[in-house]
Design a protein around this ligand. Structure first.
Ligand SMILES: Cc1cc2nc3c(=O)[nH]c(=O)nc-3n(C[C@H](O)[C@H](O)[C@H](O)COP(=O)(O)OP(=O)(O)OC[C@H]3O[C@@H](n4cnc5c(N)ncnc54)[C@H](O)[C@@H]3O)c2cc1C
Length: 474
């Protein structure tokens, strides 16, 4: 079927289809962030350059019932099959990558195949930005339809909350604009509903003013883990969260040396050194040779060096942070549980060569309360913590061990939170693993809403039958 599908596409979009072993095909395969995703081999790759070409793509692939396809932005979702496909067609959206600031500078129109760094570079001369991804290599399309956490999220909410209009190609191949007054239900569903409703071809965002940010990397010695977790809890559970602050605190375990390392990545969206919110964290002994802070523009800050392609696995959970004491003791117990398993497990269970990282980010109520009419089902009056458990390795023979241990470690962590009444249902789309129930985590009312929207705009179920990748409406 994929062969006839690719032959049809080569007729309807002659110069946009590439086949295995061609340069264009290989470039797309090399651009994935995770090895598992890059190892999939589509029968052909289609690279449209306009919404009309995406519409032609859609009318071609829906003529052939078993023509399965994947939609790819910048390819940063680690799970295999989310943005690539074996023997199907991969639609590589990266040529839809233009950013244009609109006349009054209050909004900008962005191609969903863009990398965030290019958006920031285009808007920087106007001292404007969009509340988008922190790592500039990440894609606009995937990050936005999954939600999107930005340095500016405590000020303006999820990245999807900054969207004022999605241009989208529906299963019918019609190009429509979904916004607050037209296709309002589709507009709402796209803010976290992933690739279940259509192919997004342009996103209009509200812009915000930007000034240089205070940002850096703070490394602490491993004997400071409990103090660092306590200081992180003090920020995340703060009853008066400073909306200019955002931080990722990561504990990484090297399974070869059996040692932990700590890196905090605190940011402040004003050019202010040592903001008071970080006082406790900054008072903890750090590794001065590697700790570095500076004040720089978002366009420079987001231009991080590329990561080498490796096997990658994400898992996520959400924990409530009702008080500093609750949050601190939860995180310290989670760390001890992880440490106990990772240091004592046999090398068959926890083989050398796998890197384990527990990344913690505050999800303060000031952030979640910015969303009007969100589908995420979050309690917007409570402070919480988003946990991203990410695992990486280079030797494919370790994949089964990495998956199996990740699953049991996550179960242990969630069990500790659940026993204290701090486990929350929300699983963040962009940090979740393929076995996690992301859409279900939004709650029954929101799931029913998303299903109604799907039935309305995709009555034949093209986006669940023909697009297997991503978190699906079951
Ligand atoms: C190094 C790194 C840094 C990250 N930093 C952040 C961060 O700061 N904040 C944050 O919230 N997340 C972050 N993430 C997670 C990131 O948001 C997700 O990995 C996201 O899926 C990446 O989007 P993409 O377009 O690059 O991915 P892709 O893998 O190309 O796509 C991801 C999913 O979105 C769908 N999709 C993509 N484009 C479209 C479209 N045009 N129409 C319909 N569906 C589409 C795809 O089908 C796929 O299922 C980071 C991830 C990595 C690896």
């Amino acid at each position: 079927m994929s062969t006839s599908c690719c032959s049809e596409l080569a007729i309807s979009l002659p110069s946009r289809v590439s086949f295995p072993h061609s340069e264009a095909y290989n470039l797309t395969e090399l651009s994935y962030w995770s090895t598992q995703e890059a190892l999939l081999s589509p029968a052909c790759i289609v690279t449209p350059t306009s919404s009309e070409e995406v519409s032609t793509f859609m009318s071609t692939v829906t003529k052939i019932t078993n023509c399965t396809f994947a939609i790819k932005g910048q390819g940063h979702a680690p799970a295999p099959g989310f943005a690539n496909i074996d023997n199907g067609v991969t639609l590589d959206m990266t040529s839809l990558n233009q950013t244009a600031i609109n006349d009054n500078k209050a909004s900008a129109s962005v191609g969903p195949g863009s990398a965030w760094v290019d958006v920031y570079r285009t808007l920087q001369p106007y001292n404007k930005t969009i509340a988008g991804g922190r790592n500039g290599a990440v894609g606009v399309g995937g990050l936005t339809v999954g939600g999107g956490i930005s340095y500016y999220s405590p000020q303006v909410g999820w990245t999807c909350d900054s969207v004022i209009n999605f241009e989208i190609v529906l299963a019918s191949a019609e190009i429509v604009n979904a916004n607050a007054t037209s296709y309002w239900d589709l507009f709402r569903a796209l803010k976290g509903g992933g690739n279940n409703f259509g192919i997004v071809t342009r996103i209009d965002f509200n812009t915000i003013d930007t000034v240089p940010l205070y940002a850096g990397y703070l490394f602490n010695p491993a004997n400071q883990i409990e103090n660092v977790l306590g200081a992180f809890a003090g920020i995340a559970a703060s009853p008066d969260y400073d909306i200019h602050a955002s931080i990722v605190t990561s504990l990484s375990f090297n399974s070869t040396s059996k040692t932990w390392s700590i890196v905090n990545i605190p940011q402040y969206t004003l050019p202010l050194s040592n903001p008071p919110i970080y006082a406790e964290l900054f008072s903890i002994p750090n590794i001065t040779t590697s700790t570095k802070f500076s004040i720089q523009n978002i366009s420079t800050l987001s231009a991080e060096p590329p990561f080498p392609q490796e096997y990658q696995l994400f898992r996520t959970s959400t924990y409530a942070a009702p008080s500093i004491t609750d949050a601190s003791s939860l995180l310290i117990d989670i760390y001890h549980s992880l440490n106990n398993t990772l240091t004592t497990a046999s090398s068959a269970v926890s083989p050398p060569g796998i890197g384990w990282s527990l990344a913690l980010e505050p999800l303060p109520s000031k952030f979640t309360a910015r969303s009007s009419d969100s589908i995420f089902g979050l309690n917007t009056t409570e402070n919480a913590i988003i946990m991203l458990f990410s695992i990486s390795w280079t030797n494919g023979a370790l994949s089964a061990a990495a998956h199996s241990l990740a699953q049991s470690l996550l179960k242990d962590m969630d069990g500790i939170a659940e026993a204290r009444g701090l486990l929350r249902p929300f699983r963040y789309y962009n940090y979740a693993g393929p076995e996690q129930d992301v859409i279900e985590s939004y709650g029954e009312k929101n799931v029913q809403f998303l299903k109604r929207v799907s039935r309305r705009y995709d009555p034949d179920g093209v986006f669940w039958r023909q697009v297997p990748g991503g978190f699906k409406l079951s």
